[in-house]
Design a protein around this ligand. Structure first.
Ligand code: ZN
Length: 168
């Protein structure tokens, strides 16, 4: 029984991996004869060894073969993701996006995975955040450079003691 399950999983795996390709269809078609042969062999063995008619094995074998074909075709008919257009993670259509990062699951496509991360394109949120950081940094820098001469030229801002009395 385990063998039958493993066999079916093998056929279905091929049908899925080569879905919408002739190899996938060939895997399903090629998966049928071994099932029928093994059923015939089992019936023959039962007749020889136990002298019994095991015609019910044909029904079991037929049901098994039918399941194999139906599920195999269902997997085979699943759409293939167009390379470079669909997310590897969730299949989301990435066409029209200027970056390869999926907005659904955050995963990068093959381009993003094989090459170092590209600088954020202008106009994106990360780019805006980077600009803001740069702007803050340059503001701090200019404040430090302009503070020294300004404080030297200005009188001390904190005046101790009472304000000078106005003339009577
Ligand atoms: Zn995704």
């Amino acid at each position: 029984m385990i063998l039958f399950a493993v066999y079916a999983m093998g056929v279905w795996t091929l049908a899925w991996r080569y879905r919408r390709r002739w190899q996938g269809f060939a895997a399903i078609v090629a998966g049928i004869p071994p099932v029928l042969l093994s059923v015939r062999l089992d019936v023959w063995l039962v007749r020889v060894l136990f002298d019994e008619d095991a015609a019910f094995l044909y029904i079991l074998g037929g049901a098994y073969a039918g399941l194999l074909v139906v599920i195999g075709l269902a997997l085979f008919m699943q759409p293939r993701p167009t390379p470079g257009h669909a997310c590897d993670g969730c299949g989301y259509d990435l066409r029209g996006l200027d970056h390869g990062v999926c907005p659904e699951c955050g995963r990068g496509d093959e381009r993003g995975a094989s090459s170092p991360p590209a600088p954020h394109p202008a106009g994106s949120l990360p780019a805006a955040l980077a600009d803001a950081r740069r702007a803050r940094a340059s503001n701090r820098f200019s404040a430090v450079t302009t503070a020294a001469p300004a404080s030297a030229a200005r009188p001390t801002p904190h005046h101790e003691g009472p304000p000078p009395a106005s003339a009577p």
